[in-house]
Design a binder for this molecule. Structure first.
Ligand code: MTE
Ligand code: LUZ
Ligand code: MOS
Length: 756
């Protein structure tokens, strides 16, 4: 189960986009982007830039032979600004030169004349002005309006959750090379090679068959390259196509931070009603999504926030409306969790609000409302194989949560200036693209004459280990050694019409497709073996590279079998196609069965606050996670750890700041703080829940990429508990991230800031 990438990563031999050997004559491109957030373009003068020796071209909207349009869901995003600019960092032109230094010199000589217009950066302001990316969406179950009177307790409140920079180690980039007959070959650091192919074809006015996209691996994506890699690939392709030269475009870190969208900040209002015995009877909320200047993936992210409005709880009467607000910020985009975390933060805040008012631990309300078998989600799907209670029981068993709580209380009694807080964070995350049509994949498997195997799928390796998992699936299905199997690059000419590697479903969809291809190959190979051995094919099987007849080993080994199949002119190549069965969803009624299954888990997060400084550390993250039958426990453990810390970063320290004119102030790593080794909880323990996984997960191994990010939400509430232990007059508020500055203010006041 060794990750095939491990050796290359450790020795530095793994090839990322910027490591691809350059063809002779390669040109380098840099993006000129808008310095202001909103304005009318009066003129673009590139003559001085063009005059710099070594500059080959400066391209802008007027140079586009096809459509100046890259919007994936809604056609509302130009590749290069035309008429107006809508965010600071919006691409206006592309400088192409013999090297990057020359391009940078020329960039400074571009004269861009814009008349500045008012910028809207706040989603509630956008809503008041009627600025939306798409119409609002509502999910409704029962009728909360009719049951408020029956509730023993009703609380209202407001939440804010902030943006998050993806900070993939490899920045956005592409390398486009002209090929014969007006074709292009593009290397792109993208999660969605088909989107790159399709959009490049649209921008250049070419059929898709003239554009080939190839991806070896990404140095991280985290959702930031699901959609936003496309524009940069189109720019490199445009230049390569126009100049008939290879063109490379790789963003510098600060340019990447400035030009690309991030996790969507959400503002929300909630109202929650509980019965005397702490059952949530009703929940109503309004979400204001800060979408930025173009739709990008915002509509799908908005939907996923609604799908996760109730997290792991059953709420009989729920109604949430979500607005996708258009602001003059870079278009916000997919980020691990895809709107789910934003929706879940609101229900957790509502529970914390109620718990504080009632003087009970939040965990009591959480546990009283866990989903049970057969409960219905607000979107109509009936919950099956519900695991949240089992996770909570296992957590109690492994970690003695009761004793932990007593220890925290005892610690707080003994310590005057440091205080601990403990919070539980249950998760329930739906697996499948909520747009049903995207849940399909293909795999192309070649068995070569010597018995070695090459596998191509639509999956993108971005550090999450999808290639290792697919290799295991193929090795397991064919029952041959893993060292016989090689994963090819992801290439649109080998596997076409792919969905992006996203929604945590890369291994499920592509792994299932590979499994289908291998089963078909196996059937044909066993027919060959049956003929060769004069045996009944239904009695034959391949085990550890050998043909077996029942439990008797035959004389036929893998390599000989392949050679025989070749002689008999049998096809040693197979294309597997998988489309997730069962799922469907009707957006108009907002009902259906959108998810193949759900992933469950529970984390206990323990924080320790220095009440003099407002600084904090996390002492423990104790997790029970539902992996199903994990294909690769080491990789999955890594996914849990990485996602946990990424989620904690979002909730506690990563602060995306734009000024009132829509310019990014947190534009480098000196002003944007991400988790480092000291931010990681001192003790991270993750026990797998020991239950069988579902059939719709690849080899019953559940998707793992995104769900554990939401454990990080517990960090916010753990800090809140610690603050309350020091300052009982603090009224819990919900304005993430809970930075040390905010902690300090809350340690010494009832109401931390006038704004909240
Ligand atoms: N892990 C690493 N190391 N790097 C990444 O970019 N992306 C995450 C997750 N884990 C990511 C990662 C996101 S946002 C998703 S959707 C999944 O991986 C995608 O891969 P999968 O579908 O194969 O799980
Ligand atoms: N992308 C998408 C996603 O297009 N649809 C989804 O449902 C989704 N979910 C998570 C991450 N990316
Ligand atoms: Mo992940 S946000 O689905 O790329």
């Amino acid at each position: 189960m060794i990750n095939p990438d491990a050796h290359g990563h450790v020795t530095g031999q793994s090839v990322y986009l910027d490591d691809i050997p350059e063809q002779r004559g390669t040109l380098h491109a840099l993006v000129y982007s808008s310095p202001i957030a909103h304005g009318r373009i009066r003129g673009l003068d590139v003559s001085q830039a063009l005059a710099v020796p070594g500059v080959e071209a400066v391209l802008s909207a007027a140079d586009i032979p096809g459509e100046n349009q890259i919007g994936g869901i809604v056609p509302d995003e130009p590749l290069f600004a035309e008429g107006e600019v809508h965010f600071a960092g919006q691409p206006v032109a592309l400088v192409v030169a013999r090297d990057e230094r020359t391009a940078r010199q020329a960039l400074a000589k571009i004269r861009f004349d814009v008349e500045e217009l008012e910028a809207v950066t706040d989603p509630r302001t956008a809503k008041e002005k009627g600025l939306f990316l798409v119409p609002p969406m509502t999910f409704r179950l029962g009728d909360p309006g009719a049951v408020w009177d029956e509730c023993a307790h009703v609380y209202e409140g407001r939440t804010e959750s902030g943006g998050q920079e993806h900070l993939y180690i490899e920045t956005q980039g592409a390398y486009a090379c002209p090929a014969e007959n007006g074709c292009l070959r593009i290397h792109s650091s993208t999660q969605g090679p088909t989107a790159v192919q399709k959009t490049t074809a649209r921008v250049l006015g070419l059929p898709m068959n003239r554009v080939e996209v190839d991806v070896t691996r990404l140095g991280g994506g985290f959702g930031g390259k699901e959609d936003q890699a496309t524009g940069f690939a189109c720019m490199a392709a445009l230049a390569a196509y126009k100049l008939e030269r290879p063109v490379k475009l790789v963003l510098h870190r600060m340019d990447d931070m400035k030009m690309t969208g991030k996790r969507h900040p959400y503002s929300a209002d909630f109202k929650i009603g509980l019965s005397r015995d702490l059952k949530i009877l009703a929940y109503q909320a309004t979400f204001y999504q800060n979408g930025g200047a173009a739709a990008d993936l915002s509509p799908a992210i908005l939907d996923r926030s609604l799908f996760h409005l109730g997290n792991a709880y059953y709420i009989p009467h729920a109604e949430v409306t979500a607005y996708s607000c258009k602001t003059h910020l870079p278009p916000n985009t997919a980020f691990r969790g895809f709107g789910g975390p934003q929706g879940m933060f609101v229900i957790e805040a509502a529970i914390a609000r109620a718990a504080h008012a009632l003087g009970v631990p939040a965990s009591k309300i959480q546990q009283a409302n866990f989903l049970q078998e057969g409960d219905v989600f607000p979107y109509g799907q009936v919950a099956r194989q519900v695991r949240i209670r089992q996770c909570a029981e296992a957590a109690e068993r492994h970690f003695s949560l009761h004793r932990l709580r007593e220890e925290v209380t005892a610690y707080n009694e003994r310590h005057a200036t440091t205080k601990k807080g403990l919070a539980l964070m249950p998760i329930c995350f739906g697996i499948s693209f909520t747009n049903t049509s995207m849940n399909q994949a293909r795999a192309l498997v070649h068995i070569f004459q010597d018995g070695s195997v090459e596998v191509s799928t639509g999956a993108i390796e971005m550090g999450q280990g999808v290639n290792a998992k697919i290799r295991q699936v193929v090795a397991g299905t064919l029952s041959v050694g893993q060292d016989r199997i090689r994963l090819a690059t992801t290439n649109t000419s080998r596997v076409a019409n792919t969905s992006p590697t996203a929604a945590s479903s890369g291994a499920d969809l592509n792994g299932k497709a590979a499994e289908i291809a291998c089963r078909n190959l196996l059937g044909r190979l066993l027919a060959v073996a049956a003929e060769e051995l004069q045996a009944d094919p239904t009695k034959l099987l391949i085990k550890d590279e050998w043909v077996w007849h029942g439990d008797r080993k035959t004389s036929l080994g893998w390599e000989e079998l392949i050679a025989k199949a070749m002689l008999k002119r049998m096809c040693l190549t197979e294309n597997g196609h998988y489309a997730t069965p069962v799922i469907h969803f009707d957006r108009r009624s907002a009902k259906g069965h959108p998810f193949a299954y759900h992933v469950y888990g529970l984390a206990a997060i323990e924080a320790r606050v220095d009440c003099i400084r407002g600084t904090y550390t996390f002492d423990r993250a104790l997790i029970v996670h539902d992996f199903g039958n994990s294909l690769n426990p080491l990789i999955d453990q890594g996914q849990v750890e990485g996602a946990l810390v990424q989620g904690m970063g979002w909730m506690t320290m990563e602060e995306v700041v734009y000024d009132s004119q829509g310019r990014l102030r947190s534009n480098s790593l000196s002003t944007y703080k991400v988790p480092d080794i000291y931010s990681v909880p001192r003790e991270v323990v993750c026990h797998p829940l020991e239950v069988e996984g579902p059939d719709l997960a690849v080899m019953k191994s559940k998707a793992v990429g995104e769900p554990p990010l939401m454990y990080g939400i517990g960090a916010y509430f753990a800090l809140q508990e610690a603050i309350l232990a020091f300052n009982p007059s603090y009224v819990p508020d919900f304005e993430a991230p809970m930075t040390p500055e905010k902690v300090l203010l809350r340690l010494y006041g009832r109401r931390p800031t006038p704004a909240s």
